[in-house]
Structures are given as structure tokens and as C-alpha cells.
Design a protein around this ligand. Structure first.
Ligand code: TYD
Length: 143
């Protein structure tokens, strides 16, 4: 199977956009993500966001890696590495966002029908979260 990862050059460090393979036929679409192919981490948890009416996120993770995609609808991820920020629009079930370093994220502009799926490298652990932007800045530049 070919390696489907595609790095899109950006100023902001700590994420990459990947093409999620899909198989389309007359019955519809089927997409998949496999460890060792698309992912360089083992999935220990999945969670999903739906019926969202307001901004989510507003945190960074110390260790957690995630593959995020919008299975239906559209959403904007605002990613901030403490130096620069970028807006990543997830608008296709074939567009994956891998966040693999400590990066601040806000999640905005959910379409009414948005369904966002997150495949994560670890189980839920509140101690892995940085929920203060000041703390995040210190984490990125401790000296
Ligand atoms: P929160 O981190 O505020 O969500 P978001 O990043 O989307 O804004 O999480 C909301 C609540 O859900 C919070 O009480 C923690 C809980 N939660 C779990 O119990 N398990 C999980 O896997 C996740 C992601 C959240």
C-alpha cells in the first residue's frame, strides 16, 4: 500500500495534513486509517464531537497525538505553536489533521451537520492537558 501522507509546508510547527484514503463505488464511500500506514501511533481512544453550537478546544496536550477528521460537514481548527497560528479547515472525510506536538487549538465554525472524529494515542488523562494559554507559552519557551 502506498504511503498516503502529504506534508503541507506551513509556518506553524507540530501538525500535518494527511490524505485519508477512500474507496468510492456505486454504494458510496469508505475511508480508513491504519496504524503503521497513516498513523505513527497506536490508537487507544476515539471520541467524536457533534451537535456543536459553540467554540471548543482551548487547550494543548503535553504528549497526546491525534488524528482528527470531519466525517461529515465542516469545521475550522485554529492551531497555534506559540510563534504563529494557522486556520485549518476540515471539509472532507478524506482530509486528516495529525497533531503530534504540543500545540494550542481552538475549534470553531462547526457546520450544523459537522461530525468530528478524533483518534488519540492515549486514554483520557486530565494531567496531559494544558488549559491555560499562559501556561502553554511557558511550556513552549520555559527559559
Ligand atoms: P473538553 O476537553 O472540555 O472538550 P473540548 O476539548 O472538545 O472542548 O471535555 C469536555 C468534558 O468531557 C470534560 O469533562 C472531559 C470529558 N472528556 C472525557 O471524559 N473523555 C474524553 O475522552 C474527552 C475528550 C473528554
Amino acid at each position: 500500500m502506498q504511503n498516503t501522507q502529504q506534508r503541507i509546508t506551513s509556518k506553524t510547527e507540530g501538525y500535518k495534513i494527511v490524505h485519508i484514503p477512500s474507496i468510492m463505488d456505486e454504494r458510496g464511500g469508505l475511508s480508513f486509517a491504519e496504524c503503521g500506514q497513516l498513523l505513527d501511533f497506536t490508537i487507544k481512544r476515539a471520541y467524536w464531537l457533534y451537535d456543536i453550537k459553540d467554540t471548543r478546544g482551548g487547550h494543548a496536550h503535553k504528549q497526546l497525538k491525534q488524528l482528527i477528521f470531519c466525517a461529515h460537514g465542516t469545521v475550522d481548527f485554529i492551531l497555534d505553536d506559540a510563534v504563529s497560528s494557522e486556520v485549518i479547515k476540515l471539509d472532507s472525510p478524506n482530509k486528516g489533521l495529525i497533531i503530534n506536538q504540543t500545540i494550542w487549538r481552538e475549534i470553531k465554525n462547526f457546520s450544523q451537520d459537522a461530525a468530528v472524529i478524533v483518534l488519540a494515542s492515549d486514554i483520557y488523562d486530565e494531567t496531559d492537558y494544558i488549559r491555560s494559554y499562559e501556561e502553554f507559552k511557558k511550556w513552549k519557551s520555559p527559559y
